[in-house]
Design a protein around this ligand. Structure first.
Ligand code: PAF
Length: 286
């Protein structure tokens, strides 16, 4: 696996593969790679000739008081795991390579509307930082396809919209969430949880699954289903930011005509903010 730390090294390595006509897949990450990331690598390998992974803990997507300093950084372990999965190139830049003029560049990418709801309400500026860094990384790597985990479903929707609106020539692929046996979605932030908290955190998935099942069984008072799920989490010690049922396509509130839905939640357990979602479809007879 080639490891590059600068834009110039990255471009030199990619130029060779492009000259060979290789199909390039790209997986942007913030490192501390777990089974969910490695599943993205495996999926990418099945669809492309070369797989490029980036690891960059992007400061512009963390708000004041968030966990930028504490965010787990495990480059040696990550390199070993990527080698084990036969990734072809790791781009491991310093902040000065991504933001040579400091981390407050003059230009940001914003996807209004989609970015201000759900997590955006609780993390102002977060998705502007995500969209900006993903746009820069896509411009540097210029992959044929880029893969993102569905666990960050709002992020995926924002990236799809950005790519569509800005005519970025890449196919965006969402990859299903990988879960612990308990149902807990894999996340680098799970490492903040103690053993008991980790067990309790699986309640998010269980609660969302039950709510999705109630809707599939015919419940149509969505605010009530959302409130009951939020109350169930709160009574187990979570501080709930939101539980919300949306349509998959654009995260708008579902109408009676919408069948492809998603239920999303964000909740804190102690200091740890966890997100999860479940995609589901209504039977057209319901
Ligand atoms: O999902 C992540 O790990 C990050 O938000 C991303 C897409 C790598 C951008 O920094």
């Amino acid at each position: 696996m080639i490891i590059t730390q600068t834009k110039a090294e990255l471009e030199a390595a990619l130029a060779l593969w492009r000259a060979e006509g290789a199909r390039i897949a790209f997986i942007p990450t913030m490192g501390n790679l777990h089974a969910g990331h490695l599943h993205l690598v495996d999926t990418a390998k099945s669809q492309a000739d070369r797989v490029v992974v980036s690891i960059f803990v992007n400061p512009t997507q963390f708000g004041p008081g968030e966990d930028l300093a504490a965010y787990p950084r495990t480059p040696d372990q990550d390199i070993e795991r990527l080698r084990g999965r036969q990734a072809d190139l790791l781009y491991l830049p310093e902040a000065s390579d991504i933001y040579p003029d400091g981390d407050q560049p003059a230009t940001f990418v914003e996807v209004p509307g989609l970015s201000e709801q759900l997590c955006g309400q609780f993390r102002p500026g977060h998705f502007r930082g995500v969209a900006t860094v993903v746009c820069k990384l896509l411009n540097r790597v210029r992959p044929d396809l880029a893969l993102f985990g569905e666990k960050d479903f709002q992020q995926l929707a924002i990236i799809r919209r950005m790519v569509h609106d800005l005519d970025i020539p890449v196919r965006i692929e969402g990859v299903p969430t990988v879960r612990e046996p308990s149902g807990l979605a894999m996340s680098s932030r799970n490492g903040y949880l103690g053993a008991e908290e980790k067990q309790r955190a699986a309640l998010i998935y269980r609660t969302l699954s039950e709510a999705a099942e109630a809707v599939r069984a015919g419940a149509r008072d969505y605010p009530r289903v959302e409130q009951e799920a939020a109350d169930a989490l709160a009574s187990s010690g979570f501080s709930v930011d939101y539980v919300s049922i949306r349509r998959q396509q654009d995260l708008a509130s579902p109408t009676a005509a919408d069948h492809a839905l998603v239920i999303l939640a964000a909740a804190r357990l102690g200091q740890t903010r966890l997100i999860d979602n479940i995609l589901f479809s209504l039977d057209t007879n319901n």
